[in-house]
Write a protein that binds this ligand. Structure first.
Ligand SMILES: [Zn+2]
Length: 441
């Protein structure tokens, strides 16, 4: 029997369900109340929202569907009006996160959090981790953010509250060193970035395959492809869980349960909508579209109808773990993340991940095209375990041919593909950034 996600316990506590079971009706009624509260809070405390929400009276929101009458907020709003989003004085802010976006100019995107906002993140981590962390477990955290308020530090606090032992290691630089730590500390759970953890599992050097292997792995920060999950399950015999979050969500938006089918959404702190990215209309339940979030409980910098740019859909069938918390399908692409091959179709980094990581020797790769809107050339630079021979390059070419748009464009002479492969060795170049297909000029 699949254990129910522990996010359920937390949602129930926050929603105030008492001894009653959590139901969709209870969640909806709580969310409506919280939406009315946050719209009022934002309108009266933030100069940005005072302008944005002028003319909208929160008491007119009598059902959740009324939210769609409010305007969206976007990345550009955050960049342009930053501090005007604040509903508290700057002295009440304990954490500012600046998000770098490559290739763009203009003001940086900054998110502001109060201590109470950061506590929401710690609680989310605590209940998300509780799904697979037992009392006394040793949890190795292969994420950045050692300083107070950083992601690694918040996760370590959450793990301590479960009476488990966090070991905040940081990103992986040396594969043998990290594997030795897993062995020496007898690590039960490991939290890391997909390609970094894959490099540990596929390492073939002298110190490969520690006799002690983690029981549970949580992958975070980037897209999790099926071959990576399969590799970890096969090599380590572990369970693999997934997490959905972004800085704008205070890092925590959803977590996968033991049914391993999408992320249970954290509905006590967020209201999620899926919209048509072109028209802005809310789509029918189960249809694909852009994920839009409204923070229900954030004080410092609430986000109302914030367009995340992530494309996904809600999973409608009940989860086999028994939770009524809604589930989001894995994020396979961003609104802007598709590469067009004209009449042959499109492809994304997730398409490449699904096929290239199926090549057993590949531990990471970069992909670059000459033009995102009508690419005629694709360059893949792969890192492999051991010295790559011509057979590995051939395997990568074959894997690329499994992406329909690439196959068709290439067959018709409209796409050239260049593949290079080199041995990854013992050392990784650590990065916590989401991997993306780049464009060269
Ligand atoms: Zn579930």
């Amino acid at each position: 029997m699949i254990p129910r996600t522990s996010l359920d316990v937390w949602a129930k506590k926050k929603i105030g369900a008492g001894t009653a079971s959590l139901t969709r009706e209870l969640i909806s009624s709580y969310q409506l109340h919280k939406l009315q509260e946050i719209v009022r809070w934002a309108y009266y405390h933030s100069s940005f929202y005072r302008r944005l929400l002028a003319g909208f009276v929160e008491t007119e929101m009598v059902c959740l569907d009324d939210l769609c009458r409010l305007p969206f907020t976007t990345d550009d709003d955050i960049k342009q009006y930053g501090l005007q989003f604040l509903c508290v004085s700057q002295s009440d802010i304990s954490r500012v996160v600046t998000l770098e976006s490559s290739g763009t100019t203009g003001p940086a995107k900054r998110l502001y959090f109060t201590p109470a906002d950061q506590e929401l993140t710690v609680e989310f981590f605590q209940y998300g981790m509780a799904t697979f962390t037992a009392v006394g477990d040793k949890v190795l955290i292969l994420l950045p953010g050692e300083r107070p308020g950083g992601v690694g530090a918040l996760l370590a606090t959450a793990v301590s509250r479960l009476n488990a032992q966090p070991i905040h290691y940081g990103l992986v630089h040396s594969i043998p060193e990290t594997l030795a730590r897993i062995e020496c500390e007898k690590i039960d759970c490991l939290v890391g970035i997909p390609v970094q953890v894959l490099a540990l599992a596929r390492y073939t050097g002298a110190d490969a395959l520690p006799s002690f292997r983690p029981k549970n792995v949580l992958l975070s920060t980037d897209y999790v492809s099926k071959p990576i999950v399969a590799e970890l399950r096969n090599s380590w015999g572990c369970e693999v869980f997934e997490h959905y979050g972004m800085t704008e969500m205070g890092l925590g938006g959803g977590t996968g349960c033991a049914a391993h089918a999408g992320y249970h959404l954290h509905e006590a702190d967020f209201y999620f909508e899926i919209i048509d990215p072109l028209t802005g209309q809310v789509v029918s339940d189960g249809q694909e579209g852009e994920v839009v979030i409204t923070t229900l409980t954030r004080q410092g910098m609430p986000l109302i109808r914030y367009r995340t740019g992530d494309i996904s859909r809600l999973l409608l069938e009940p989860c086999s773990c028994g939770s009524v918390l809604r589930r989001l399908a894995p994020i396979t692409r961003r609104k802007e993340g598709s590469i067009s091959l004209g009449i042959y179709g499109q492809f994304t980094m997730a398409d490449l991940d699904e096929n290239l990581f199926a090549v057993a020797e590949v531990v990471n790769f970069t992909a670059a095209v000459d033009c995102a809107h009508n690419a005629t050339s694709l360059k893949i630079a792969a890192l492999t375990t051991g010295q790559p021979g011509t057979s590995v390059v051939e395997k990568i070419h074959r894997a690329l041919a499994a992406v329909p748009a690439i196959f068709l464009a290439r067959q018709n002479g409209n796409l050239t593909v260049n593949v290079k492969a080199e041995c990854c060795g013992d050392l990784l170049t650590p990065s916590a950034a989401k991997r993306a297909i780049t464009e060269w000029k």
